[in-house]
Design a protein around this ligand. Structure first.
Ligand code: PLP
Length: 387
């Protein structure tokens, strides 16, 4: 073989069947080939296993899909290039013109954008409620046939706990599907509830190291099968290298999440007893209005701690004074992060809805990492003293 041919057809390296790599390799290949055209056609018709093109399916992505579906207690998963890719895919695939969607003020603003600014252009209607108002949800579902209820728990950033049994029962009564963005609570929470579709930003706890983005839609296969074709053509595909990094991140998912929860609980207790702190919202504190519901509904209380500073303390000044908590969007990394309310204002909501969302100029959201908790508390102490 001449060099110009060889570099395009490198020698195949065969690994014996009894000698496998311990870590599955990255299938960093867009295309897959068959020895025989007829076999390729059979695979396209779904008559045999195999892969053709990575936007449709890829072994590295397949492994991650199977892992995530099992972790969340469902049997199928679709991956996307980011959490918002997953949210958009689920909502686009599930809604038709004329459908009605219920959303909540206590939710991630870009998710509301997909419904209110994108789907609305295609005739999808919506209502924004407060996650705390079960009566309003019931009344809305009774008055308006509803396709989807899209919600989060704990909510971002003030950590209200959705009454999942109440919401899923109301959805069943009125023929709506539920979509739970389970990013905050993680794959090990909420799987036992009657949720139709979970979405996750894998950018957070799954990947865990702040160096890769991804998203997942997880549901039972009948529902995923209705979305898969749309996902393939919408094209927000996760690339194999990102899928590999997320699969690797998952190895320490439980260790990280558990440690982050322990740190978050200690930090919440510390803040609750500090004179410069007006109010702490952490579901693991008995003072949280839904502590009993959270304890029933979740295995652990999450890694985010949100609090309001006393009026004498400036939230941006406090965030600037922190040395270990980086001022940064996102959450769920190994390192601790801080966001003041000024960076999280929900500008798409009216005054009533903004009050439900509960973010003020005094609000601080901490994404607690895996560092030594004494160091984190020392850092918070000095920043609270400076201001
Ligand atoms: N859902 C929630 C609850 C989030 O907090 C985020 C990001 O912060 C997303 C979805 C979007 O995820 P991504 O940034 O991976 O698109």
């Amino acid at each position: 073989m001449k060099p110009r041919t060889r570099v395009n057809h490198p020698p195949a390296v065969k690994i014996p069947d009894d000698n496998r790599p311990l870590v599955a390799p990255i299938y960093q290949s867009v295309k897959f080939t068959f020895d025989d055209v007829a076999e390729s056609q059979r695979q396209s018709r779904g008559e045999r296993e195999g892969f053709q093109y990575s936007r449709v399916s890829n072994p590295t992505l397949r492994q991650l899909e199977l892992t995530l579906a099992e972790l969340q207690g469902r049997d199928a998963c679709l991956l996307a290039a980011s959490g918002m890719g997953a949210v958009s895919l689920a909502l686009l695939a599930l809604c038709r013109q004329g459908d009605h969607v219920v959303l909540f003020a206590e939710s991630y603003q870009p998710t509301r954008h997909v419904v209110r600014r994108v789907l609305s252009r295609y005739g999808v209607r919506h209502t924004v409620l407060s996650i705390e108002d079960g009566d309003a949800l019931e009344a809305t579902l009774a008055a308006t046939p509803t396709r989807l209820i899209v919600f989060e728990s704990p909510t971002n950033p003030v950590l209200k706990i959705a009454d999942i049994e109440g919401i899923t029962a109301a959805a069943r009564r009125h023929g709506a599907l539920t979509v739970l963005d389970n990013t905050f609570a993680g794959f090990h929470n909420h799987g036992l509830y009657d949720i139709d579709v979970f979405v996750h930003s894998l950018t957070k706890y799954a990947a865990g190291h702040g160096d890769v983005m991804g998203g997942a839609v997880i549901a039972n296969s009948e529902l995923i099968d209705t979305m898969r074709g749309d996902g393939v053509v919408l094209g927000a595909t996760l690339d194999p290298h990102s899928a590999f990094l997320i699969q690797r991140g998952l190895k320490t998912y439980f260790l990280r999440y558990e440690r982050q929860c322990e740190n978050a609980q200690q930090i919440a207790q510390f803040l609750a007893s500090h004179a410069a702190v007006a109010r702490v919202s952490y579901p693991g504190l008995p003072s949280h209005p839904q502590h009993a519901l959270a304890t029933r509904q979740m295995r652990d209380m999450g890694t985010i701690v949100t609090f309001d500073l006393d009026s004498a303390v400036s939230a941006p000044g406090f965030a600037n004074a922190l040395r270990l908590f980086a001022i940064s969007a996102s959450l769920g990394s190994t390192e601790s992060l801080v966001q003041p309310g000024q960076l999280m204002m929900p500008r798409d909501l009216d005054a009533t809805q903004r009050a439900w969302a509960g973010i003020s100029d005094a609000t601080i959201r901490l994404s607690v990492g895996i560092e030594d908790c004494d160091d984190l508390i020392d850092d918070l102490t000095q920043a609270l003293e400076v201001h």
